[in-house]
Design a protein. Sequence first.
Length: 278
Amino acid sequence: MKNLKESQILTSNYPYYKYSLDYALNSLERMGASVIEFYACYPHFHIDDVEYRDVRRLAKKLTEHGMKVVCFTPEQCLYPVNIAAIEPNARKRSIDVFKKSIQFAGELGGEIVVVLAGYGTLDEEETDTWKRSAEALGILCDMAESYGIELVLETSPREYTTTHNAQDVVHMIRDVRSPALKGMIDTATLGFSGETMTGAIEELGSYLRHVHVADGVPNGHLILGEGHLKLYEMIQNLDDAGYAGGLGLEILNDRYMRNPHEAMETSFKILKQYIHNK
C-alpha cells in the first residue's frame, strides 16, 4: 500500500480481560507491539476503581514494556455508562466516567478517547435522546479541548448508541460544534448500518480520526480472516483515501478468552501483511 504504515497499527489489551494487565503487556511486548489502544476495563484499569495515583503507576508500567498509548477507551457498551441516560444521576455519573478518561488519557500521553453517544429507551423518541447526548458531548468536548484530547464517536445499533452510521456522526459533530469531536469507523459494525467502507470514508471526510479493525459475520470482532468481511479491500480503501490515523485491532470475542495472545498476534501479523501487500 502507498500511504498506510505499520506504525499506524494499534494492538490492545481488549482480548485479555480474563488475564492480568501484566500478562497482557508481556504478551503485546513479545509480539513486537509498541503503540496501543488501551481498554480501560476490569481487571486491568476500570475507571470506577482507579484514581490519579493509579494512572502514574500505569504510566510507569507501560513505559517499562515500551508501550505508548495513542487511544484510551473506557468500557461503555453496557449499563451503567450512558451519557444520554434519561435519569439525571445516571447521566452525570456517566459523564464523570469520561471526564476521568479524558484526564487519564492526557496523563498517559494519549491523543484520543473513544466515545459512544449514549442511548435512550426503545419506546422514546430518538430526538429526545439526541438532545441529551449532544449536551453531554458538549460538556466533555470543552474538557477535552483543554487537555488537547480528541473524542471520537463510534457507531452502533440503537440499543447501544444514538449515532448509528457515519451520517449520524457528522450530524452530531455539527450539532456539538467543537473541534475536539471527531468520527471513527469500525469494520465489524459497518454491516449493521448497511454502509460500505468507501461510503463511510466519504461521509466522514476530514472528521475521520480513528478506525477499529476486526473481522465479523458481519459483527463479532473476530481474528482477521475468521469472518466474512472483505478486510483487505477495506484497508485498501483507507490507503486510497490517504488515511493517517490509527488502525486499532479490536479483537474481542469470548472464543479467544483462553488464548488472547494468539488472537491478537495473528491479527497483528495479518494487518501488517495487508499494509505490505503480502
